[in-house]
Ligand binder design. Structure first.
Ligand code: CP3
Length: 336
């Protein structure tokens, strides 16, 4: 059986696009909520390989996506480096003070259960399904480490790098080093491809974007490619706007994830000659479902289907999404 999603990442167009959805495992699925309840909490679920593997496979069993994304979180890296982390119900992530030094030696021990999850998923996955590992990109991870949680304006993180760029560079370089090791371990355990989530790339001015988005993503892609030349890498620098072009030219990922705002015809013309394009249905169309959702999906496929393309959303599935709408979208994509 061939893996269609991997074929697309290697530059091959196909009649029917391979597809998966960011946050395809999660609270919109009753079977996810049941397992999380059983585990105790979200982090307990992430660190339990049996349960995390089950959660990874839940959407595949139900909907048959072309790719399964490892069930984990981008905030495992701050935790592995020695920063405390908890998820407060209805509050999102809460991180402790930024550590003075980063615990590279201890990191691999902490993320070992996640690597075990990759092995377990690989063993239970249909042959035609691509297993995607992932990590957060250094800028996005650094915002959580500095802010202590989610933020709207990243005011503390920006104050940090404008006042003390050398110290911020130390942090970004530390996350970069840890991320290369973490993704290498995922690949060695069986991940067929990996995705870098730079969810807050769109918050930066061009010169800051160059330093804190382009450069660390470039280093991670170059290091992984040197170690694992056969493993494709998808980058998702959400919100990059016109800078998507420069990002793709310099970082050279195999796949480039586009957010909801990027015009698909622009992506087809400017990005697709450089990389496989992945995106970019508005996740809120899945809450509405019906014709609006299918028309939006069809338009995206019409613009991007002629070149290497992976159908996805412009950001993650939201918790209030009816699972039947996801099923209807998958049926539509399979019948194209
Ligand atoms: O299905 C999948 O996509 C795989 C698992 C996955 C999760 N988080 C599980 C999760 C992935 C790939 C992520 C990535 C992630 N985590 C990102 C980048 C993508 C993006 O959405 O921009 C970010 C910024 C995070 C950090 C994070 N994790 C936040 C801010 C939150 C709280 C907000 C929320 O949605 O609850 C999380 C929690 C989280 N990560 C949940 C899940 C399923 C919800 C936890 C729960 O069960 O309550």
């Amino acid at each position: 059986m061939t893996k269609h999603l991997l074929d697309a990442l290697r530059g091959h167009p196909s009649a029917r696009p391979p597809f998966w959805f960011m946050r395809q495992a999660g609270r919109y699925l009753p079977e996810y909520r049941a397992l999380r309840q059983e585990a105790g909490g979200f982090l307990d679920l992430c660190f339990n390989p049996d349960r995390a593997a089950k959660v990874t496979l839940q959407p595949i069993r139900r909907f048959g996506m072309s790719g399964a994304i490892l069930f984990s979180d981008i905030l495992i890296i701050p935790m592995a480096l020695g920063q405390s982390l908890r998820f407060a119900e209805g509050e999102g992530p809460v991180l402790g003070d930024l550590p003075e030094t980063l615990d590279f030696a201890g990191a691999a021990t902490l993320y070992a259960p996640v690597i075990e999850t990759v092995r377990k998923v690989k063993a239970g996955l249909p042959d035609e399904t691509t297993l995607l590992g992932f990590a957060g990109s250094p800028w996005t991870v650094a915002t959580y480490m500095v802010e202590g949680g989610s933020s709207r304006d990243f005011a503390r993180t920006k104050a940090f790098f404008y006042r003390d760029p050398d110290r911020f560079r130390w942090l970004i370089e530390g996350i970069t080093t840890a991320t290369i090791e973490y993704l290498s371990a995922q690949i060695e355990a069986g991940a067929d491809a990996v995705q870098l989530f730079d969810s807050w790339a769109g918050a930066l001015a061009p010169l800051d974007y160059e330093r804190w988005v382009i450069e660390p993503n470039r280093q991670i892609v170059a290091a992984l490619r040197a170690r694992h030349p056969a493993t494709p890498i998808i980058a998702f620098p959400k919100g990059s706007g016109i800078l998507y072009k420069r990002f793709t030219e310099i970082v050279r990922p195999d796949g480039i994830g586009i957010d909801t705002q990027v015009p698909p015809h622009w992506a087809a013309e400017v990005l697709q000659p450089l990389a496989c394009v992945q995106g970019n249905l508005d996740p809120l169309t899945l809450v509405a479902g019906g014709q609006a959702m299918l028309e939006a999906a069809e338009q995206i496929c019409g613009h991007l289907g002629q070149g290497p393309f992976i159908f996805n959303l412009g950001h993650g599935i939201v918790p209030q999404t009816p699972p039947e709408h996801v099923a209807a979208l998958c049926d539509f994509l399979r019948k194209l």
